[in-house]
Design a binder for this molecule. Structure first.
Ligand SMILES: Nc1ncnc2c1ncn2[C@@H]1O[C@H](COP(=O)(O)OP(=O)(O)O)[C@@H](O)[C@H]1O
Ligand SMILES: [Mg+2]
Length: 231
């Protein structure tokens, strides 16, 4: 569904992503794991159109989407749940969800119901200011807001960051459920253990290069991965 060929991204003189190629097949959960600074966020930002690749192509099905604006990429069906969630703190939960649908002009009722069915906690807090939600609830809202664009592919940047283990477990259950309902997932994580447990396909990213590929299970059982990422 999504194909990345020889993607390179530089920031000034710094090569953050040094020519990576991988695929995200339809309906799979694909994860990129790697240490802080490996280039995970940069990869997602390039796919989302937020940074311009120095080289390489990004295809969604047969279409070359390299260099399209972020809005165009959202309208093609690719959405990003950014690191740190970035909900609008002074707006209500419902207002935040509606912002996720800003490119659409059709009826949102069904989608709001969909998100509230996935996250009953958000429904209860519909009129609450997003800034007063707990970290886990804000992560749910960031996911819900992304779903409001009706994505084919949802990319997630470290959804577990700064959350308690039990809350992380809940978020990962929901990611699996969203995937089961037909949304393809590209997940990047420093929390390799959780990510590998739900991934169909997994890659290791090391200082801008992909160094390993396998099923989630294969990488969970790989000695080098255990040593470097599963501590
Ligand atoms: N806006 C930026 N300007 C300059 N360098 C950056 C910028 N964003 C990231 N980098 C650098 O690019 C490399 C990859 O960063 P990043 O993609 O954020 O890694 P990760 O998400 O895996 O932690 C790092 O060396 C980081 O310092
Ligand atoms: Mg990052």
């Amino acid at each position: 569904m999504l194909r990345i060929d020889d993607l390179r991204v530089n920031y000034g003189g710094i090569e953050a992503v040094k020519g990576i190629s991988f695929e995200v097949p339809e309906r799979e959960i694909v994860t990129l794991i790697g240490a802080n600074g490996a280039g995970k966020s940069t990869t997602l930002r390039a796919i989302a159109g937020l940074v311009k690749p120095a080289l390489g192509r990004i295809h969604l099905q047969a279409e070359d989407i390299t260099g399209l604006s972020p809005d165009r990429i959202v309208s093609k069906g690719i959405t990003l749940v950014p690191e740190g969630r970035h909900v609008f703190p002074d707006l209500t939960v419902l207002e935040n969800l509606k912002i996720g649908a800003y490119l659409r002009t059709d009826n949102l009722e069904d989608d709001i119901k969909w998100v509230y069915d996935l996250f009953p906690r958000l429904k209860e807090r519909s009129w609450q200011a997003a800034g007063t939600l707990s970290g886990g609830e804000q992560q749910m809202l960031a996911v819900g807001r992304a779903l409001m664009s009706r994505p084919k592919i949802m990319m997630m940047d470290e959804p577990s960051l700064g959350l308690a283990p039990l809350v992380v477990k809940g978020i990962f259950e929901i990611i699996k459920e969203i995937n089961r309902q037909g949304v393809t997932i590209l997940l990047i994580e420093q929390n390799a253990n959780m990510a590998l447990h739900i991934a169909d396909t997994a890659y290791v990213l090391e200082t801008g290069r992909l160094t390993m590929r396998g099923t989630g299970k294969e990488l969970l059982n790989n000695e080098a991965v255990k040593k470097a990422y599963l501590g």
